[in-house]
Design a protein around this ligand. Sequence first.
Ligand code: AMP
Length: 401
Amino acid sequence: MSGNSILVINAGSSSLKFALFCLDTAGALNLAARGLVDGIGSRPQFKVKDAMGQALLERELEVTDVREVKDAIALAGLWLGTHFPGEALLAVGHRVVHGGADYAQPVRVDDTVLADLEKLTPLAPLHQPHNLAAIRALRETQPQLPQIACFDTAFHRSHPQLADIYALPWDYYEAGVRRYGFHGSSYEYIASVLPQVAPSIAPGRVIVAHLGSGASLCALRGGKSVDSTMGFSPLDGIPMGTRPGALDPGVLLYLVGQRGMTATALEKLLYKQSGLLGLSGVSNDMRLLLESAEPRAQLAVDYFVHYIAKEIGALAAVLGGLDALVFTAGIGENAPEIRARIVSACAWLGITLNQEANQRGDACISTTDSTASAWVVPTNEELMIARHALAQMQPGQAPQH
Ligand code: AMP
């Protein structure tokens, strides 16, 4: 293989995910390989799969070889260079969690942008520093290589003001306490493919349920985000694998004021120990909960479905009705039982499930006489980021869909 390619990087606290997309002669981006270095600084492992999901590499590494994210990038770069020797990297697209109030589009990173993004670290202390560390590492070793930051928050900057504020004194809004929304690359990807997958609903009122280990809902009108369940942080909204979703702030006041919990302990409780895991005491993995006979595992699943249905109702009110509900991400794409239960709770919105289509995981899973339809659309955040990175290298062209 030889030609031009785009590398997508998603750097976390102890892991680096990457995906290489090759540009074909028609200008489309095709996945060539997807990889993961995890256990950085502890028990590093390096795995790469091809576009069909077949393993190309699975290797355990010495901790001395991969101490930090820049080591993981060097490792990935070496492997990709060896396996795709003819590929010239046009740009690297980075998943960056926070673009703040101002970055409503992906942006090519320069010194000014990097300084701006560093200022946003207090808003996303668990993710932003790691996202930026990857950018900085690549700027050091390959200063000429264009790097494009794509933000989880950017797609939601089309929210009207009412969906962007909290009822706090106005100074807090000015200081950045706003509803930013997250999972933007996933929602943008879904919005970009709806005109092909489901042309009848694409211009309408659509709720997308991104149900993965992180989970949120987004209300789309004409393909633009008008509201979403996540707010200032990715903690808000519906329950998730290890995050509780919306919580009365009085609970936090009680935990801090009466139980003496520190900010660090609260962070651990809210990001790592709550949600499906905390409620069930069994697992954060929906597959295990669905198989479990433990009453609290079933309660956790009931709670998950109940809150999603409740929030779908709220977003349908925001949209003034509903034309379609779209399921995506790990649970949304792979768990027919959960989809069936959510759709059943949304029958009042005019959706009737087509049981067989739902079991098969067809694109359309509602009956033809439903007044609002239901869909399963696989998301592809990496491809969305790659398209943006490519578009930045081709000024004047919108990302291809
Ligand atoms: P994601 O974050 O989008 O990769 O989604 C990960 C989550 O999807 C996992 O934690 C599982 O709970 C869930 N998941 C994946 N496959 C299935 C499945 N076949 N049935 C139920 N849940 C699944």
